[in-house]
Design a protein around this ligand. Structure first.
Ligand SMILES: NC(=O)c1ccc[n+]([C@@H]2O[C@H](COP(=O)([O-])OP(=O)(O)OC[C@H]3O[C@@H](n4cnc5c(N)ncnc54)[C@H](OP(=O)(O)O)[C@@H]3O)[C@@H](O)[C@H]2O)c1
Length: 267
């Protein structure tokens, strides 16, 4: 058997981190060598996913953990605040960062690309690892060429802090690239209740629904004379991100430089 890819997981105690640990333990091409979380340790990382006794203790110091375990890849689902320092720490150790957290500026991504190239390694910053969500965006940009009238409705849980979602903004950017700018709707329309028409982006509207019981869904609706086309993606569980994270881990081993967006890893 060829050598397994050694993985460190940051944010190990979190909802996404636990899914990553579970996925790594179930893939015999991958080997969990470190688990990092600010306040969870010291506990056995396997106990976080109901598989105690794997012998990897959760620790809080990322740099020390990378020094000791020498992983090939760091998978990070922590917080936007720690995203940049964690990425720089990984690169400085020659460890390929796979960052699921948002919060990077374009200047930071350029800087991280340089750091990766200096070390001769690859890295990935991916705001969305869901293959279905990426396809929804691709199909929407294809449709926008033929159906320039469009609106987006995105649905998330009521505790989400930002609106509209990062995925809806990215979808809007792809649509804007695929069509001429077009100010939709009646030029004389008036909002009787402020915000009723949603957020304005490049001539079209994005609507954000926030409700308990909802996880993450998005609908892109195209309208033309006599027909509508709806492209919809529904996420129900964090496990749905794991095929994307798994693909990224395997592809990152043959990449140099920092890649922004998981779509670049899909054929
Ligand atoms: N790219 C994608 O497809 C995708 C999908 C879903 C979620 N996300 C993102 O992934 C991140 C984690 O989501 P989640 O639902 O798993 O959150 P969560 O359950 O709150 O877990 C966050 C984890 O990160 C650790 N953490 C938080 N702040 C930290 C910091 N400043 N430094 C080091 N560790 C820190 C926490 O440990 P302590 O509590 O011990 O500090 C915890 O282990 C969020 O940014 C979320 O937006 C991305």
């Amino acid at each position: 058997m060829s050598e397994r890819i050694k993985i460190a997981v940051a944010g190990a105690s979190g909802r996404m981190g636990r899914e990553v640990i579970r996925m790594v333990l179930e893939d015999d091409q991958l080997q969990l060598v470190a688990a990092i979380a600010r306040s969870a340790g010291p506990v056995d990382a396997g106990s976080l996913v109901g598989k105690p006794g794997i012998g990897i203790m959760v620790v809080s110091d990322l740099s020390a953990a990378l020094d000791a375990a020498r992983p090939d890849v760091l998978v990070d689902f922590t917080s936007p605040k720690s995203a940049m320092p964690n990425t720089e720490t990984a690169i400085a150790h020659g460890v390929r960062p796979i960052m699921g957290t948002t919060g990077f500026t374009p200047e930071q991504i350029t800087e991280l690309d340089k750091q990766c190239r200096d070390k001769g390694i690859g890295g990935l910053i991916a705001p969305n690892f869901s293959i279905g969500a990426i396809l929804m965006m691709k199909f929407s940009s294809m449709a926008a060429k033929y159906f320039p009238h469009v609106e987006i409705i995105e649905y998330h849980g009521d505790q989400k802090l930002d609106a509209p979602s990062g995925t809806s903004i990215k979808t809007a950017e792809w649509i804007a690239k695929a069509r001429q700018e077009l100010r939709q709707g009646n030029p004389s329309e008036e909002e009787v209740i402020e915000g009723a028409r949603g957020g304005y982006y490049n001539g079209f509207r994005i609507h954000s629904v926030r409700l308990p019981g909802v996880f993450a869904q998005q609908e892109v609706i195209f309208g033309a004379f006599g027909q509508t086309l709806k492209i919809r993606h529904d996420s129900f569980d964090r496990a749905g991100y794991m095929p994307g994270v798994n693909t990224a881990i395997k592809k990152i081993m043959s990449v140099t430089g920092m890649v922004y967006g998981f779509e670049h890893f899909l054929d």
